[in-house]
Ligand binder design. Structure first.
Ligand SMILES: Cc1cc2nc3c(=O)[nH]c(=O)nc-3n(C[C@H](O)[C@H](O)[C@H](O)COP(=O)(O)OP(=O)(O)OC[C@H]3O[C@@H](n4cnc5c(N)ncnc54)[C@H](O)[C@@H]3O)c2cc1C
Length: 368
């Protein structure tokens, strides 16, 4: 069975580590900071597959959604995945786009239903229906959200406790060790070396920083995303909302997590952030329009995450061209897809199979 190094313990690395260890590989996870310290810890973490064309990309996401639901059987008592579906409505200029999206999802066999204002009120009684107005609203029953860090911890713990994997945190990979055209291991910041038959880089937005050779760099186009957190509020929100004024979901203990795409577009990866910044207050004010019951609260916390997005916006999973023994798994929507990517990567790296679902997502497409 192969000796595998996994770089990074976010949702993707943790899922790959567990599945490869379960498949019999000798797995060593090397994590620069701590489990879930990267983008996975600053994610809206909505498990969904809508607005995700083309179809093979949509299906990576639906396969991930199915596995998130199924993992509850493999981990009895787990509480990191929350179902309940999601609700969406848009401003009038986007009504047609939502209708087109729902029609396409129906064609692809994805559950999406139109719901009346009364049904919206039944699902989420605290919403002010004046904000909904006469907008068409869609309900996606199979969607939900994840608590990514408990998920990562569970995957890593299962890899270690059930299958003998090893994990080191606070250790940074600085380069690959080459033997001819084969990657034979990694070199750490303190000079330590680890050997492996295969190095699987799950370093997210930092993927290229673990590799000095520019020819082995994956083209990335990361984008920043701001998340704003309320203090605990008297609001019964119980599912993901994507609305014309704010996107919101529960974040435990009564807190709401808020996100607004147009605000992201005004920020840079190095933008300074604080709970008192006008953008954060604006998101809370938007949430108050939807949920007057939250009252005059201020933002409690803000976080800026950087999405690890391959340059063409799609997933990149597979062997890197020009060398042997080096495999990458980098993607946006990684929270949704990670359980499925873990299964696929284990099949390819440990069992030597080729997963057809990954055919359109090979890193080689960037190097032709
Ligand atoms: C604001 C925002 C909202 C999002 N919303 C959603 C959503 O609703 N649904 C969804 O599915 N996805 C969403 N995403 C995307 C999703 O969060 C990411 O795709 C996912 O977290 C990526 O996980 P990862 O494991 O690849 O990367 P990360 O979580 O970043 O993990 C990489 C790990 O590698 C470690 N590392 C890096 N370099 C090294 C090195 N040299 N040596 C050792 N370790 C290293 C890091 O410390 C880190 O822990 C969102 C992202 C953002 C920022």
């Amino acid at each position: 069975m192969p000796k595998v190094i996994v770089i990074g313990a976010g949702v993707v690395g943790s899922s790959c580590a567990w599945r490869m260890a379960q498949a019999g590989a000798e797995v060593l996870v090397l994590e620069a900071v701590r489990v879930g310290a990267g983008t996975s810890g600053i994610s809206y973490a909505w498990t969904n597959a809508h607005h995700k064309p083309p179809r093979p990309y949509h299906e990576l996401n639906t396969n991930g959604m199915k596995l998130h639901a199924e993992l509850r059987d493999a981990f009895p008592g787990s509480t990191w995945w929350h179902g309940g579906g999601s609700l969406e409505w848009t401003p009038p200029e986007e009504y047609q786009a939502l209708r087109d999206n729902v029609a396409q999802l129906h064609e692809w066999g994805y559950r999406a239903e139109w719901v009346s204002p009364a049904q919206v009120a039944e699902l989420e009684p605290d919403i002010d229906l004046a904000v909904l107005g006469d907008a068409p609203a869609a309900y996606f029953p199979d969607e939900g959200w994840l608590d990514p860090i408990p998920y990562c911890h569970a995957m890593i713990s299962a890899a270690v406790r059930r299958h003998g994997a090893r994990v080191q945190c606070g250790v940074r990979v600085t380069d690959l060790i080459m033997s001819g055209d084969r990657v034979s291991g990694v070199r750490m910041a303190d000079g330590t070396e680890h050997s492996a038959d295969m190095v699987v880089n799950c370093g997210g937005r930092w993927t290229n920083e673990a590799v000095r050779e520019a020819g082995l760099h994956l083209p990335l186009a990361p984008t920043p995303g701001l998340l704003v957190f309320t203090p605990p509020v008297a609001c019964g929100l119980s599912r993901v909302l994507h609305t014309s004024v704010i996107n919101a979901r529960p974040d435990g203990a009564g807190r709401l997590m808020l996100h607004w795409n147009p605000t992201d577009a005004t920020l840079r990866p190095d933008s300074p952030i604080s709970p008192t910044m006008p953008e954060a207050r604006d998101l809370v004010a938007r949430a108050r329009r939807l949920f007057p019951c939250i009252g005059a609260v201020e933002p409690e916390a803000v976080r800026l995450g950087i999405r690890p997005i391959p340059a063409d916006g799609l997933t990149a999973v597979g062997p890197m061209p020009r060398v042997n023994g080096y495999y990458v798994a980098v993607t946006h929507s990684g929270v949704t897809m990670s359980p499925f990517l873990g299964v696929c990567v284990a099949d390819e790296v440990v069992h030597g199979k080729t997963r057809p679902e990954l055919a359109d997502f090979r890193p080689a497409r960037f190097f032709n």
